[in-house]
Design a protein around this ligand. Structure first.
Ligand code: FAD
Length: 240
Protein backbone atom coordinates (compact mmCIF):
# COMPACT_ATOMS: atom_id res chain seq x y z
CA UNK A 1 0.00 0.00 0.00
CA UNK A 2 1.25 3.47 -0.94
CA UNK A 3 0.28 6.96 0.19
CA UNK A 4 1.02 9.78 -2.23
CA UNK A 5 -0.09 13.19 -3.45
CA UNK A 6 -1.43 13.15 -6.96
CA UNK A 7 -2.21 15.84 -9.52
CA UNK A 8 -5.43 15.97 -11.53
CA UNK A 9 -4.52 15.81 -15.22
CA UNK A 10 -8.02 15.75 -16.75
CA UNK A 11 -11.70 15.77 -15.81
CA UNK A 12 -14.41 14.26 -18.06
CA UNK A 13 -18.19 14.53 -17.86
CA UNK A 14 -19.82 11.08 -17.95
CA UNK A 15 -23.50 11.79 -17.10
CA UNK A 16 -25.32 14.83 -15.64
CA UNK A 17 -24.18 13.85 -12.10
CA UNK A 18 -21.01 11.84 -12.70
CA UNK A 19 -17.48 12.82 -13.68
CA UNK A 20 -14.23 10.94 -14.22
CA UNK A 21 -11.17 12.47 -12.62
CA UNK A 22 -7.83 11.38 -14.07
CA UNK A 23 -4.98 11.45 -11.53
CA UNK A 24 -1.32 11.28 -12.43
CA UNK A 25 0.47 8.37 -10.72
CA UNK A 26 4.01 7.07 -10.71
CA UNK A 27 4.35 4.25 -13.29
CA UNK A 28 5.44 1.98 -10.43
CA UNK A 29 1.95 2.26 -8.85
CA UNK A 30 0.20 -1.01 -9.59
CA UNK A 31 -3.17 -2.47 -8.71
CA UNK A 32 -5.37 -5.41 -9.65
CA UNK A 33 -8.56 -5.07 -11.73
CA UNK A 34 -11.41 -4.24 -9.31
CA UNK A 35 -9.42 -2.62 -6.49
CA UNK A 36 -10.10 0.79 -4.92
CA UNK A 37 -8.13 3.69 -3.43
CA UNK A 38 -8.86 5.98 -0.49
CA UNK A 39 -9.05 9.71 -1.14
CA UNK A 40 -8.17 12.08 1.68
CA UNK A 41 -10.15 15.11 0.61
CA UNK A 42 -9.80 18.61 2.03
CA UNK A 43 -13.38 19.76 2.54
CA UNK A 44 -15.13 22.49 4.49
CA UNK A 45 -17.57 21.33 7.17
CA UNK A 46 -19.50 24.20 8.80
CA UNK A 47 -16.83 26.62 7.59
CA UNK A 48 -14.04 24.52 9.10
CA UNK A 49 -11.39 22.79 6.96
CA UNK A 50 -11.30 19.01 7.47
CA UNK A 51 -9.74 15.99 5.84
CA UNK A 52 -12.36 13.35 5.02
CA UNK A 53 -11.59 9.85 3.72
CA UNK A 54 -13.69 7.99 1.14
CA UNK A 55 -13.19 4.89 -1.01
CA UNK A 56 -13.30 5.04 -4.82
CA UNK A 57 -12.84 2.09 -7.16
CA UNK A 58 -10.40 2.64 -10.00
CA UNK A 59 -12.25 2.65 -13.34
CA UNK A 60 -9.22 2.71 -15.65
CA UNK A 61 -7.27 -0.36 -16.70
CA UNK A 62 -4.28 -1.44 -14.57
CA UNK A 63 -2.33 -1.58 -17.83
CA UNK A 64 -2.48 2.23 -18.19
CA UNK A 65 0.66 2.97 -16.26
CA UNK A 66 0.79 6.74 -15.74
CA UNK A 67 -2.67 7.57 -14.49
CA UNK A 68 -5.68 6.21 -12.64
CA UNK A 69 -9.28 7.25 -13.29
CA UNK A 70 -11.83 7.65 -10.52
CA UNK A 71 -15.43 7.99 -11.67
CA UNK A 72 -17.48 9.77 -9.06
CA UNK A 73 -21.21 10.28 -8.76
CA UNK A 74 -21.96 13.49 -6.90
CA UNK A 75 -24.61 14.02 -4.21
CA UNK A 76 -26.09 17.41 -3.38
CA UNK A 77 -24.99 17.12 0.26
CA UNK A 78 -22.15 14.67 -0.25
CA UNK A 79 -18.93 15.98 1.25
CA UNK A 80 -16.25 14.25 -0.79
CA UNK A 81 -18.21 13.47 -3.97
CA UNK A 82 -19.05 17.17 -4.32
CA UNK A 83 -15.43 18.20 -3.69
CA UNK A 84 -14.29 15.76 -6.38
CA UNK A 85 -17.03 16.74 -8.82
CA UNK A 86 -15.80 20.32 -8.84
CA UNK A 87 -12.08 19.55 -8.70
CA UNK A 88 -9.99 21.30 -11.37
CA UNK A 89 -7.05 20.26 -13.51
CA UNK A 90 -3.69 20.67 -11.67
CA UNK A 91 -5.27 20.47 -8.20
CA UNK A 92 -3.70 17.89 -5.89
CA UNK A 93 -5.24 15.27 -3.65
CA UNK A 94 -3.84 12.70 -1.23
CA UNK A 95 -4.45 9.10 -2.30
CA UNK A 96 -3.65 5.79 -0.60
CA UNK A 97 -4.01 2.27 -1.87
CA UNK A 98 -4.65 0.00 -3.58
CA UNK A 99 -7.13 -1.86 -1.37
CA UNK A 100 -9.72 -4.62 -1.66
CA UNK A 101 -10.32 -8.24 -2.55
CA UNK A 102 -12.91 -7.61 -5.29
CA UNK A 103 -10.39 -8.75 -7.88
CA UNK A 104 -10.59 -10.41 -11.28
CA UNK A 105 -7.88 -13.02 -11.87
CA UNK A 106 -7.62 -14.32 -15.42
CA UNK A 107 -5.80 -17.46 -14.24
CA UNK A 108 -8.86 -18.63 -12.28
CA UNK A 109 -11.90 -16.85 -13.71
CA UNK A 110 -12.54 -18.03 -17.29
CA UNK A 111 -16.21 -16.99 -17.36
CA UNK A 112 -17.33 -13.94 -15.38
CA UNK A 113 -20.61 -12.09 -14.93
CA UNK A 114 -20.20 -8.42 -14.02
CA UNK A 115 -23.38 -7.08 -12.45
CA UNK A 116 -23.61 -3.43 -11.44
CA UNK A 117 -25.94 -0.55 -10.78
CA UNK A 118 -25.31 3.20 -10.74
CA UNK A 119 -21.74 4.18 -9.88
CA UNK A 120 -21.10 0.50 -9.04
CA UNK A 121 -20.03 0.04 -12.64
CA UNK A 122 -16.56 1.50 -11.91
CA UNK A 123 -14.65 -1.63 -10.76
CA UNK A 124 -16.48 -3.68 -13.41
CA UNK A 125 -15.42 -1.22 -16.12
CA UNK A 126 -11.85 -1.55 -14.87
CA UNK A 127 -12.12 -5.34 -15.34
CA UNK A 128 -13.65 -4.99 -18.81
CA UNK A 129 -10.96 -2.53 -19.93
CA UNK A 130 -8.24 -4.81 -18.58
CA UNK A 131 -9.65 -7.81 -20.47
CA UNK A 132 -9.78 -5.75 -23.66
CA UNK A 133 -6.33 -4.17 -23.24
CA UNK A 134 -4.79 -7.57 -22.61
CA UNK A 135 -6.74 -9.22 -25.46
CA UNK A 136 -8.04 -11.93 -23.14
CA UNK A 137 -10.36 -13.28 -25.83
CA UNK A 138 -10.60 -16.64 -24.06
CA UNK A 139 -12.44 -15.10 -21.09
CA UNK A 140 -16.24 -15.07 -21.42
CA UNK A 141 -17.77 -11.89 -19.97
CA UNK A 142 -21.46 -11.19 -19.38
CA UNK A 143 -22.19 -7.65 -18.22
CA UNK A 144 -25.52 -6.54 -16.76
CA UNK A 145 -25.59 -2.86 -15.85
CA UNK A 146 -28.67 -1.18 -14.42
CA UNK A 147 -29.26 2.59 -14.66
CA UNK A 148 -32.32 4.75 -14.06
CA UNK A 149 -32.53 6.28 -17.55
CA UNK A 150 -30.39 6.09 -20.73
CA UNK A 151 -28.83 9.46 -19.76
CA UNK A 152 -27.62 7.94 -16.47
CA UNK A 153 -25.61 5.17 -18.15
CA UNK A 154 -21.99 5.83 -17.18
CA UNK A 155 -19.53 4.94 -20.02
CA UNK A 156 -22.52 4.58 -22.37
CA UNK A 157 -20.62 5.21 -25.63
CA UNK A 158 -17.84 2.84 -24.66
CA UNK A 159 -20.36 0.10 -23.86
CA UNK A 160 -22.32 0.61 -27.05
CA UNK A 161 -19.28 0.19 -29.26
CA UNK A 162 -17.47 -2.55 -27.34
CA UNK A 163 -19.63 -5.65 -27.47
CA UNK A 164 -17.38 -8.43 -28.76
CA UNK A 165 -17.74 -12.15 -29.27
CA UNK A 166 -16.53 -12.82 -25.73
CA UNK A 167 -17.96 -9.67 -24.09
CA UNK A 168 -21.75 -9.42 -23.96
CA UNK A 169 -23.13 -6.14 -22.66
CA UNK A 170 -26.69 -5.83 -21.33
CA UNK A 171 -27.72 -2.31 -20.31
CA UNK A 172 -31.03 -2.18 -18.46
CA UNK A 173 -33.11 0.90 -17.68
CA UNK A 174 -35.31 0.98 -14.56
CA UNK A 175 -37.26 4.18 -15.33
CA UNK A 176 -38.11 3.93 -19.03
CA UNK A 177 -39.88 6.85 -20.73
CA UNK A 178 -43.49 6.34 -21.84
CA UNK A 179 -42.40 6.15 -25.48
CA UNK A 180 -39.48 3.92 -24.49
CA UNK A 181 -37.39 2.41 -27.27
CA UNK A 182 -34.64 0.98 -25.04
CA UNK A 183 -34.32 -2.79 -25.57
CA UNK A 184 -33.83 -3.98 -21.99
CA UNK A 185 -35.85 -2.50 -19.13
CA UNK A 186 -36.56 -3.36 -15.49
CA UNK A 187 -34.59 -4.27 -12.41
CA UNK A 188 -32.18 -7.17 -12.25
CA UNK A 189 -34.30 -10.20 -11.30
CA UNK A 190 -34.15 -13.94 -11.93
CA UNK A 191 -35.78 -13.64 -15.35
CA UNK A 192 -33.24 -11.04 -16.46
CA UNK A 193 -30.31 -13.06 -15.12
CA UNK A 194 -31.49 -16.16 -16.98
CA UNK A 195 -32.12 -14.12 -20.14
CA UNK A 196 -28.64 -12.51 -20.11
CA UNK A 197 -26.53 -15.42 -18.82
CA UNK A 198 -26.97 -18.66 -20.72
CA UNK A 199 -25.48 -21.09 -18.19
CA UNK A 200 -26.38 -19.46 -14.90
CA UNK A 201 -24.09 -21.69 -12.78
CA UNK A 202 -21.05 -21.26 -14.99
CA UNK A 203 -19.65 -17.76 -14.26
CA UNK A 204 -17.91 -16.20 -11.29
CA UNK A 205 -20.11 -13.29 -10.28
CA UNK A 206 -18.88 -9.79 -9.42
CA UNK A 207 -21.65 -7.58 -8.04
CA UNK A 208 -21.05 -3.88 -7.27
CA UNK A 209 -23.21 -0.90 -6.44
CA UNK A 210 -25.69 0.34 -3.85
CA UNK A 211 -25.67 -2.02 -0.84
CA UNK A 212 -29.38 -3.06 -1.12
CA UNK A 213 -28.95 -3.99 -4.80
CA UNK A 214 -25.78 -5.98 -4.05
CA UNK A 215 -27.46 -7.87 -1.18
CA UNK A 216 -30.62 -8.62 -3.20
CA UNK A 217 -28.69 -9.91 -6.21
CA UNK A 218 -26.48 -12.04 -3.96
CA UNK A 219 -29.57 -13.55 -2.32
CA UNK A 220 -31.16 -14.20 -5.69
CA UNK A 221 -28.08 -15.98 -7.05
CA UNK A 222 -27.87 -18.19 -3.97
CA UNK A 223 -31.58 -19.08 -4.33
CA UNK A 224 -30.93 -20.01 -7.96
CA UNK A 225 -28.19 -22.36 -6.74
CA UNK A 226 -24.97 -20.45 -7.50
CA UNK A 227 -22.39 -21.43 -4.90
CA UNK A 228 -21.16 -18.80 -2.46
CA UNK A 229 -17.51 -19.22 -3.54
CA UNK A 230 -18.44 -17.99 -7.00
CA UNK A 231 -19.88 -14.67 -5.83
CA UNK A 232 -17.84 -11.55 -4.99
CA UNK A 233 -19.48 -8.42 -3.63
CA UNK A 234 -18.51 -4.71 -3.49
CA UNK A 235 -20.95 -2.58 -1.49
CA UNK A 236 -20.73 1.15 -2.21
CA UNK A 237 -23.19 2.38 0.46
CA UNK A 238 -26.86 3.20 0.80
CA UNK A 239 -27.74 4.47 -2.65
CA UNK A 240 -24.70 4.69 -4.89
C1 FAD B 1 -15.20 0.06 -1.89
C2 FAD B 1 -15.98 1.29 -2.32
C3 FAD B 1 -15.79 1.80 -3.59
C4 FAD B 1 -16.50 2.93 -3.98
N1 FAD B 1 -16.32 3.39 -5.26
C5 FAD B 1 -17.02 4.46 -5.70
C6 FAD B 1 -16.88 4.91 -7.05
O1 FAD B 1 -16.09 4.39 -7.84
N2 FAD B 1 -17.64 5.99 -7.42
C7 FAD B 1 -18.51 6.61 -6.57
O2 FAD B 1 -19.15 7.58 -6.98
N3 FAD B 1 -18.66 6.18 -5.29
C8 FAD B 1 -17.93 5.14 -4.83
N4 FAD B 1 -18.09 4.73 -3.53
C9 FAD B 1 -18.92 5.53 -2.60
C10 FAD B 1 -18.02 6.64 -1.98
O3 FAD B 1 -17.04 6.07 -1.13
C11 FAD B 1 -18.81 7.65 -1.12
O4 FAD B 1 -19.58 6.94 -0.16
C12 FAD B 1 -19.74 8.55 -1.94
O5 FAD B 1 -18.97 9.30 -2.88
C13 FAD B 1 -20.49 9.55 -1.01
O6 FAD B 1 -19.54 10.23 -0.21
P1 FAD B 1 -19.75 11.76 0.19
O7 FAD B 1 -18.63 12.13 1.11
O8 FAD B 1 -19.93 12.61 -1.01
O9 FAD B 1 -21.15 11.75 0.95
P2 FAD B 1 -21.36 11.90 2.54
O10 FAD B 1 -20.83 13.21 2.97
O11 FAD B 1 -20.85 10.66 3.20
O12 FAD B 1 -22.92 11.91 2.67
C14 FAD B 1 -23.61 13.10 2.95
C15 FAD B 1 -24.99 13.05 2.39
O13 FAD B 1 -24.90 12.89 0.96
C16 FAD B 1 -25.96 12.13 0.53
N5 FAD B 1 -25.44 10.88 0.00
C17 FAD B 1 -24.19 10.39 0.17
N6 FAD B 1 -24.05 9.24 -0.43
C18 FAD B 1 -25.23 8.98 -0.97
C19 FAD B 1 -25.71 7.93 -1.69
N7 FAD B 1 -24.91 6.90 -1.99
N8 FAD B 1 -26.99 8.00 -2.13
C20 FAD B 1 -27.80 9.04 -1.84
N9 FAD B 1 -27.40 10.07 -1.12
C21 FAD B 1 -26.14 10.04 -0.70
C22 FAD B 1 -26.83 11.84 1.69
O14 FAD B 1 -27.79 12.86 1.79
C23 FAD B 1 -25.87 11.90 2.84
O15 FAD B 1 -26.50 12.13 4.04
C24 FAD B 1 -17.39 3.58 -3.10
C25 FAD B 1 -17.58 3.06 -1.82
C26 FAD B 1 -16.88 1.93 -1.42
C27 FAD B 1 -17.08 1.40 -0.02
Amino acid sequence: MLKFTSKVIEVFDETPDTRTIRFEVDPSFSFKPGQFVMINADVKVNGEKKIIKRAYSISSSPLKKEHIDLTVKTYETGLVSKRLYFIKKDEKMEISGPFGHFIFDENIHKHIALIGAGSGITPLMCMMRYIQDKNLDNIEVDIIYSSKTPDDIIFREEFLKNSKRNIKINLTITRPAQNNSWKLTGRIDEQMLRHCIKEINSPYYYIAGPTPMVEETNKLLKQIGVSEEKIKLERFGANA
